[in-house]
Ligand binder design. Structure first.
Ligand code: RP5
Length: 153
């Protein structure tokens, strides 16, 4: 590990995560993202992969995001899908608080700059050691397909 890399600390594993609990956590920065991000849930439903879906903003609810991601592994989640628009910090912040795979979904919104390039770069340009797997702009379906592949790997 170089001086510029960080090591994400995994949350302690609970003794008995709920075997029927969700495997994928879908989170997003705003209610305004929900209609788009629900498409990831549809793909997971079709693949019969259990999931939960919640709105939490890295900027507006930072403590909630940290708590959710730190407890994710212990609750039995295997992958986090995080969608956000504008200065899309949510996927990166999620990856800072868990060692689970995080798939970022850059989203457009009514205030997007450069057609959504703002969120695309915010999701992709993570520092070494804190990875986020990014899918295309407004493409939560691919995030779900990738989550299924990760779970079945
Ligand atoms: C981001 O800001 C959200 O992910 C959303 O895409 C965008 C706009 O949010 P709202 O102002 O609609 O709540 O944080």
């Amino acid at each position: 590990m170089t001086q510029f890399e960080t090591q994400t600390q995994p949350a302690p594993q609970l003794a008995d995560p709920d075997p029927d609990g969700p495997l994928v956590g879908i989170i997003m920065g705003s209610k305004s993202d929900l209609e788009t991000m629900e498409k990831a849930g549809k793909v997971l439903e079709e693949a019969e992969v259990t999931f939960e879906i919640e709105v939490m903003s890295a900027h507006r609810d930072p403590e909630r995001v940290a708590d959710y991601c730190r407890s994710a592994r212990g609750r039995g989640l295997k992958v986090i899908i995080a969608g956000a628009g504008l200065s899309a910090a949510l996927p990166g912040v999620a990856a800072a608080h868990t060692d689970l795979p995080v798939i970022g979904v850059p989203l457009t919104s009514s205030l997007s700059a450069a057609g959504g390039l703002d969120s695309l770069l915010s999701v992709v340009q993570m520092p070494p050691g804190v990875p986020v797997a990014a899918v295309g702009l407004d493409n939560p379906r691919n995030a779900a397909h990738l989550a299924v592949r990760i779970i079945n790997a």
